[in-house]
Design a protein around this ligand. Structure first.
Ligand code: CP
Length: 324
C-alpha cells in the first residue's frame, strides 16, 4: 500500500504505479464499507475541491460533489460558460488562481485535441492536485470505477475476458476517453482485453501501444476485432458503447454518416447470449437506449450499470482522500 500520494495529479492511470492503483481500490473498498455502515469519515474536513466543467455531466458532477461532502469538505461547481475563461482566463491563470483558493482542481474538458492539453497546462501551474473528470483522451475515474466493479465479481481478474466494443449511437459523437482508459487499465490488471470496432473507429495509436505493452508486462492479452458478434463470444465482461470516429474525420456530419453504416451494432439479447452465461454488462452511461443497447440488456440480470455508477463515488473519494 502506498502512503505518499498527497499532491499527486490523476490525469491518466498510466502515470500511477500498480501499487498506487491497488491502494486506490483498497481505500475505495474501505470508504464504501464505512458509508454502508454509516461510519463518519470526514477525512477532508475544511478542504475545498473546485470542479470546472466545460461539458455536461450527471454522474461525475453529482458523485464528486457528494463525495466531498461525505469527506467533510466542500465542492464548488464552476461552469466554464459562466466564468471569464471565454474572455481570456488562460489555463495557467486558472491553475495558479483556483489552485490558491482550493485544495484540489477537478476538470472536465473533452474537446478533441484540446481537453488533455488544457488539463496538463492547468496542472503545470497548480499547487494542488488536478483530477481528470474526463478529457479527450482519458476518463480515469470511470475506468477505476469499472475496475472496482469487476474485482467485486472477479477478485482476481487475471485471465478474465473483457470485450470493450464500439456500439452505434445517434445522440452525439462520444469521446474516445472511456474505451482508451479501459484498454489501458484492464491490461494493467492482466485481463484479456478485446477491443472491437469498425475500422473507422480506431483509437489513438500511442495508447494502443501502451495497452499492448501493459498486456505484455501483466501477462494478459490485447487483441483487436472488427466483428461485433465475435467480440461477445465467451466474454466474461461486455462493455459495448459508442465513440466517435475522430481519427477518421474531423467533420461531425461525416462522422455521423459513417456511424450510421453500423446501425446494427446494438447490444441486444442475442449478442449477450454469445457471452458467458453470467457475463457482466457494463456501460459508463448515459446510453442511447434502443439504439446502443436494448432495454432488455441494460435492465436485465447481467447488467451491473448501477453498481458501476455507484462505484464512481467510492473511487473518487479514495483518490481525493489520498491526494488532497
Ligand atoms: N459516465 C459519466 O462520466 O457520466 P456523466 O457524463 O453523466 O458524468
Amino acid at each position: 500500500m502506498q502512503t505518499l500520494l498527497r499532491g499527486r495529479h490523476l490525469i491518466t492511470t498510466q502515470e500511477w504505479t500498480r501499487d498506487e492503483l491497488d491502494t486506490v481500490l483498497e481505500v475505495a473498498r474501505d470508504l464504501k464499507r464505512r458509508r454502508a455502515l454509516g461510519e463518519p469519515h470526514a477525512l477532508l474536513r475544511d478542504k475545498v475541491l473546485a470542479m470546472l466543467f466545460f461539458f455536461s455531466s450527471t454522474r461525475t458532477r453529482a458523485s464528486f460533489e457528494a463525495g466531498m461532502a461525505q469527506l467533510g469538505g466542500h465542492a464548488q461547481f464552476i461552469e466554464s460558460a459562466s466564468t471569464q475563461i471565454a474572455h481570456g482566463d488562460t489555463a495557467t491563470e486558472i491553475g495558479e488562481i483556483l489552485g490558491r483558493y482550493n485544495d484540489g482542481l477537478a476538470i472536465r474538458q473533452v474537446d478533441w485535441g484540446v481537453g488533455n492539453a488544457y488539463q496538463r497546462a492547468v496542472a503545470a501551474a497548480s499547487r494542488v492536485p488536478v483530477l481528470n473528470m474526463q478529457c479527450d483522451r482519458f476518463h480515469p475515474f470511470q475506468a477505476l470505477a469499472d475496475l472496482l466493479t469487476i474485482v467485486e465479481r472477479h477478485p482476481d481478474p487475471r485471465g478474465a475476458t473483457i470485450n470493450v466494443s464500439w456500439a452505434y449511437a445517434s445522440s452525439y459523437q462520444k469521446p474516445l476517453s472511456v474505451p482508451q482508459s479501459l484498454i489501458l487499465l484492464m491490461t494493467r490488471y492482466g485481463l484479456n482485453v478485446r477491443l472491437t470496432h469498425p475500422p473507422e473507429f480506431r483509437l489513438q495509436p500511442d495508447l494502443m501501444q501502451q495497452a499492448r505493452d501493459n498486456a505484455a508486462v501483466a501477462g494478459g492479452s490485447f487483441e483487436v476485432l472488427d466483428d461485433f458478434d465475435a467480440g461477445f463470444v465467451d466474454a466474461d465482461i461486455v462493455y459495448p458503447k459508442s465513440w466517435g470516429c475522430m481519427l477518421s474525420t474531423p467533420d461531425l456530419e461525416e462522422s455521423a454518416a459513417i456511424g450510421a453504416r453500423y446501425r446494427d451494432w446494438i447490444a441486444d439479447e442475442r449478442r449477450l447470449a454469445l457471452a458467458r452465461r453470467d457475463a457482466m454488462y457494463l456501460h459508463c452511461l448515459p446510453a442511447d437506449r434502443g439504439v446502443e443497447v436494448t432495454d432488455a440488456v441494460i435492465d436485465g440480470p447481467n447488467s451491473a450499470v448501477f453498481d458501476e455508477a455507484e462505484n464512481r463515488l467510492h473511487v473518487q473519494k479514495a483518490v481525493m482522500a489520498l491526494t488532497m
